[in-house]
Structures are given as structure tokens and as C-alpha cells.
Design a protein around this ligand. Structure first.
Ligand code: ATP
Length: 464
């Protein structure tokens, strides 16, 4: 039986094999940021493509949007993020370390061990703030003379003799979006007016989100820059329970298809007293990560909270007019919200396996073939035999044309090549040997069983 995977196993394999590197590592890193390497990009793409295919392309009731990361700040006022998107922050009076109060034992500082060193928690807003356009100060010292500046509300202010400079700064303050969901809600009307979908229908989006987490931790699990895959599913209020149940089934079957070990997934029902004020029901899908059971994704019934807020803040009507002429209504919403990084971590932890082959320890990632970053590895048995290399190149090009993610490897002996491919989860290794030259067959070695089989090149190329 394989041992329990540790965080260290995953982090070191990701670095060693080019899945995920620390962000800005060359300059000592930047906390909470991570860079995807060649294999990580491929794994991420396979997972996000599978999500998009499952929840958008294969369904009749879903469409997609790709909204801007920078949004009018009124978005975040209406959504409640400016006022309430906070975590409780405490600081240790001894070592000055800062922590999320709800994630640590407040009796003892986790860094320096000081006892009772934390004061009152204060609410810390997690949104990253910035400014759109040059600041007033920059305008005054600019090379080109600027006489006046247009504010976001359309007014103009004189940049030379303005006492209202501060006004300009305030009006251009913006946020990096802390969730992709608001880019969906704010396009609800555009989608309805252009496509006239029938309720229920959903809008999906995949994209970056940014949160100034107090303490990023557990590899990519809690990052400051990450990717979300979110759906807002617009329904008639009376159907919410039925639709919610359907989403529960769809989520679990997607996780299975993505290669998550669903025996390690628990649906944690958020208790009524812990529910956000706008939510009637929320389930946190927790996965048993090496650091403990923690949220992989959330499923929430958000009522009509968001569309009502947008209607109020924008003054635009968010009502949906049924085609049968029945009463218009503001749709209610069910929101499945996935984090890409947390999914990648769950898939890696589910795939990580150790066993013994010929008395030697072996590490392999047993990804489902459709998720594996590399589908086939092609090698000539010997790299100094021109006729083998030529034939192997032919097979490699044909497979690559068909599958894209095919790797060429002629380094070291065959055993070492197999080990390298096992570690990155390549399901099949194809070897071209002297028999290939005689009868046009190759060996295919299966990652999980390590068994080799001889097949004809024609069969290999016609298989899916
Ligand atoms: P947590 O309680 O862990 O902070 P949350 O409940 O605030 O998460 P949501 O606001 O529901 O998270 O975000 C939806 C999803 O986005 C989460 O289920 C998770 O998959 C992902 N996510 C949220 N914050 C982060 C983060 N800092 N790093 C990586 N993924 C994140």
C-alpha cells in the first residue's frame, strides 16, 4: 500500500519536474504567488478545459463570459466587498508576526511561541487596491502639460491649480477583483439581452482573482493570486432545492472525471449560524489535503442578493421577462465556485503513488490519461543508431500531430526514461527498437502496471 502523501512530497515533485515554481524565486520569492512551469501549464489547461467542456460546451443551458479583471469600484460597493470582505487580523506583540485569528490557537504565537501575546483582532480587508491612470502628482510633473483631467464621473478638474487633487485620486481608486463572480453578475443583462436564454440558465467564467491573504500557506492552497472557475446559475426561486441537488451530483461527477479521489471529498454543510446573510444554503466541498481537510470548492444558494444589489446601485432593471408572458422576476442564483489551484492540488494528491518495481522504490502520478500533462513519450531504444532515431522521429511526429502533448526522450537508459515519465504521470511510453524496423510494431509500456505490449504503429496511431 502506498504511503500517505505529504505536502513536502507534492511541493518537491512539482519543483523537480517543472509543474509549479515559487513566484519570483530568483529574487527570493514573493509570498502567495506561484509560477506554472511547462508541465503545470499543461495540467492546468487540461483541468480548466475539462471544466469548460463539462459545464459549458456539453450543456444546452450554459454560456461563457470573460470579463475584465479591473471593474468599476461601484461593483465592489454593491457586492458588499468594500465593507465586509475582511478576515480577522491579530499581531503578536513579541515577534510582530501577523495571523488570521480564526486559523490559529490564540493562546500561543505559532511563530515565536509567546503566550497570550495577541491583542484584539481587527478586520482586515482582503482586496488589493490600486489606481487607474496617473495620479495627480504625476500629472503635475509630467513632461507634457495637461490642463485638465477627466474624472470617472465625467467632471473635469484643473490639474495645475487644483485643491481637489484628492478628489481625482479617490475617483480613480480601483481594486483587483477578489472573485470572478461579479464579472458574471454585471453581464447578466448583456447576456439576457443578446441571447434571450430561458431560465434556468448559467453563465460561466474562468479567470484570475486576487486576495491579500494575511498568511498565504500550504503551497498553492492559499495564494494571493489564483484562478477561479465560477458559475452563476439563474433560476426561478421556487426551483432552488431541485436545482441545488442537481448541482451536487454534477460537481461530484466532475471531480471524479478530473481525477480527484472522491472518497477523500466531504460535503460540509455550512450551519445556519455560519451562513453568509444572503445565503439560504451553502456546502463547502472539503478535500483531505496533506495539511488537513479544507475547502476545495463551494456551492451556494445566493438568493437574488447580487442582482438586487446591482439593480439598486446601477439603477438598471435586472428583471427577467419570461417568453410566455408571465410575470417578470429577478432570478435567484446557485453558485458553484471552484478554485483552480485547490483542484490541481487535490488532483496531484490523488494521483501521487509510491510502489516498488524490481525491488526499487518508484513514484508515479496516476492521472487519468485525459488529464496527464504528457500523453505519450516516444524513445528510440538506442540514441546512437540512426535508423532507430529516424523511425522514432516519424512515430513521434505522427503522435504529436494527433495528441499535441507528446514528449521525446532519448536520455539515459530505458529504465531511467520510464521512471522520469512515471513521475510526471505519462500514461504510455512508446519505444522503437530493431523489431520495429522489421515489422512496423513498437512496444507500449503502461505507467500503472509497468507491463509492455507490442502493437503495430497503425493501431497506435488510430487509437484515441
Ligand atoms: P477560505 O475560507 O478557504 O478563505 P473562501 O470561502 O473565502 O475560502 P470563496 O470566497 O468561496 O472562498 O472562493 C471560492 C473558491 O475560490 C474557494 O472554494 C477556493 O477554491 C478558491 N479560493 C479562495 N481563496 C483562495 C486562495 N487564497 N487561494 C487559492 N484559492 C482560493
Amino acid at each position: 500500500m502506498s504511503k500517505e502523501v505529504t505536502l513536502e512530497d507534492i511541493v518537491s515533485l512539482c519543483k523537480r519536474r517543472g509543474f509549479i515554481f515559487q513566484g519570483s524565486e530568483i529574487y527570493g520569492g514573493l509570498a502567495g504567488t506561484w509560477d506554472y512551469g511547462p508541465l503545470g501549464v499543461s495540467l492546468k489547461k487540461n483541468l480548466t478545459d475539462l471544466w469548460w467542456k463539462t459545464f459549458v460546451e456539453d450543456r444546452e443551458d450554459m454560456v461563457g463570459v470573460d470579463a475584465a479583471i479591473l471593474m468599476n469600484p461601484r461593483t465592489w460597493k454593491a457586492s458588499g466587498h468594500v465593507d465586509t470582505f475582511t478576515d480577522p487580523l491579530v499581531e503578536c506583540s513579541e515577534c510582530k508576526g501577523r495571523f488570521r485569528a480564526d486559523k490559529i490557537d490564540l493562546r500561543k504565537c505559532p511563530t515565536c511561541g509567546a503566550e497570550n501575546s495577541f491583542g484584539e483582532a481587527r478586520q482586515f480587508n482582503l482586496m488589493f487596491k490600486s489606481f487607474a491612470g496617473p495620479l495627480t502628482k504625476d500629472i503635475q510633473s509630467a513632461k507634457y502639460k495637461v490642463n485638465s483631467v477627466e474624472m470617472t464621473n465625467g467632471d473635469r478638474i484643473d490639474s495645475e491649480k487644483n485643491d481637489s487633487a484628492i478628489l481625482y485620486q479617490d475617483s480613480s481608486k480601483i481594486y483587483l477583483r477578489p472573485e470572478t463572480a461579479q464579472g458574471i453578475f454585471t453581464n447578466f443583462k448583456n447576456v439576457v439581452d443578446t441571447l434571450y436564454p430561458d431560465v434556468p440558465f448559467g453563465i460561466a467564467q474562468i479567470g484570475k482573482a486576487f486576495r491579500n491573504e494575511i498568511s498565504p500557506r500550504d503551497f498553492v492552497f492559499r495564494s494571493r493570486e489564483f484562478n477561479q472557475m465560477e458559475i452563476e446559475y439563474f433560476i426561478n426561486e421556487k426551483d432552488w432545492q431541485e436545482r441545488f441537488e442537481k448541482w451536487r451530483t454534477d460537481i461530484l461527477s466532475f471531480l471524479k472525471e478530473a481525477g480527484v479521489d472522491v472518497s477523500k471529498v466531504k460535503e460540509a454543510e455550512v450551519s445556519p449560524e455560519d451562513l453568509a446573510h444572503y445565503s439560504k444554503r451553502t456546502i463547502d466541498y472539503e478535500f483531505e489535503y496533506p495539511h488537513g481537510a479544507d475547502e476545495l470548492l463551494g456551492l451556494a444558494y445566493r438568493t437574488d442578493f447580487d442582482l438586487q444589489n446591482i439593480q439598486r446601485e446601477s439603477g438598471k432593471n435586472m428583471e427577467y421577462r419570461p417568453k410566455d408572458g408571465s410575470e417578470p422576476f429577478v432570478p435567484h442564483v446557485i453558485e458553484p465556485s471552484f478554485g483552480v489551484e485547490r483542484l490541481i492540488m487535490a488532483v496531484l494528491c490523488s494521483a501521487y503513488t509510491e510502489d516498488e518495481v524490481n525491488g526499487e522504490k518508484r513514484i508515479y502520478l496516476k492521472f487519468p490519461a485525459h488529464i496527464a500533462p504528457v500523453k505519450y513519450c516516444v524513445s528510440p531504444l538506442l540514441k546512437n543508431k540512426l535508423e532507430l532515431v529516424e523511425k522514432a522521429r516519424e512515430v513521434y511526429s505522427a503522435l504529436k500531430k494527433k495528441h499535441g502533448t507528446v514528449m521525446w526522450d532519448d536520455n539515459g537508459n530505458i529504465g531511467k526514461r520510464y521512471r522520469r515519465q512515471d513521475e510526471i504521470g505519462t500514461p504510455y511510453c512508446v519505444v522503437i527498437d530493431f523489431d520495429t524496423l522489421d515489422n512496423n510494431t513498437v512496444t507500449i509500456r503502461d505507467r500503472d502496471t509497468t507491463k509492455q505490449e507490442r502493437v503495430s504503429i497503425d493501431d497506435l496511431l488510430s487509437s484515441t
